[in-house]
Design a binder for this molecule. Structure first.
Ligand SMILES: NC(=O)c1ccc[n+]([C@@H]2O[C@H](COP(=O)([O-])OP(=O)(O)OC[C@H]3O[C@@H](n4cnc5c(N)ncnc54)[C@H](O)[C@@H]3O)[C@@H](O)[C@H]2O)c1
Length: 244
């Protein structure tokens, strides 16, 4: 079987690096899309030829198109897309500026939308069940946490896209799922004050944050043949915090 080609957005971040590492361990060649030139360079020097970094601002749809064109020109197609790029901007409603709102949606939702458009075309005619895995958030579902309204909305929109694509492409053997983690130990936690972070950790049933390696294992599972029969699911990972 030919090597599977995976594309991971936000590859140089806390979650992205572990997702890339786990997919490479499982035999995929990974293209990492990220705005961090330094992060991608560092990954390239440790991961070798199974990793290709593409420096890109994912808030610009034209750049997304040209990145996927580059992947098509080199590989002829792709098998796995992980829409992982995202951030959490923290202004409170109603004092969210237009610029902050637009950036939140562009990075968290629009980029996943445009990457999925490009990826579906590159998945056409490939063998086996192809995968789109969207990294959503518990914040779209748990309203007792600190998350901001535009962050929650960006992830809820992403999960609606997950279900739409899952139902549209099921017969084409493209499976689409969301993974929605709660607090995970990545540089994104730096947006929180020590006080807010401590309160959030207190609420985690295991008494500590989840680790990005744990989330990456779920991505690896969905991307593997074991994940072939799951599509249209929003998989909540939170140590059982919000079971009502
Ligand atoms: N860490 C958590 O607690 C947590 C919880 C739930 C969901 N998530 C989601 O997980 C995903 C990954 O987050 P993380 O915790 O690894 O964050 P992170 O900040 O460590 O990584 C984000 C990555 O996105 C990249 N990025 C930022 N802006 C970009 C742009 N315009 N173009 C291209 N790349 C850009 C950054 O360079 C970085 O490498 C996000 O979608 C986030 O919403 C995180």
């Amino acid at each position: 079987m030919n090597k599977r080609i995976a594309v991971i957005t936000g590859a140089a971040g806390g979650m992205g690096r572990e997702i890339v590492a786990s997919l490479i361990r499982d035999g995929a060649k990974c293209y990492g899309l990220d705005i961090s030139k330094e992060g991608l360079k560092e990954m390239g020097s440790t991961l070798g030829t199974e990793f290709v970094g593409i420096e890109i601002d994912l808030t610009i749809p034209e750049k997304i198109l040209s990145s996927f064109q580059q992947i098509e020109d080199t590989e002829g197609g792709m098998d796995i897309l992980v829409n992982n790029a995202g951030t959490c901007l923290m202004s409170n409603f109603p004092d969210v500026s237009v610029a902050e709102f637009e950036l939140q949606m562009k990075l968290n939702f629009d980029s996943a939308f445009h990457c999925s458009q490009a990826a579906i075309k590159l998945m056409n005619g490939r063998a086996g069940v192809r995968k789109i895995i969207n990294i959503s958030s518990n914040g779209a579902y748990n309203f007792e946490t600190f998350d901001s309204p535009h962050y929650r909305a960006s992830k809820a929109a992403m999960d609606s896209l997950t279900k739409h694509l899952a139902s549209t492409y099921a017969v084409d053997k493209i499976s689409v799922n969301s993974i929605a983690p709660a607090m995970t130990n990545t540089p994104l936690c730096d947006i929180l004050s020590a006080d807010v972070l401590a309160k959030a950790i207190e609420k985690m049933p295991h008494g500590h944050l989840m680790e990005p390696t744990e989330i990456a294992e779920w991505v690896r599972f969905l991307a593997s043949p074991a994940g072939d029969i799951s599509s249209g699911n929003i998989i909540i990972l939170n140590q059982g915090r919000d079971v009502h």
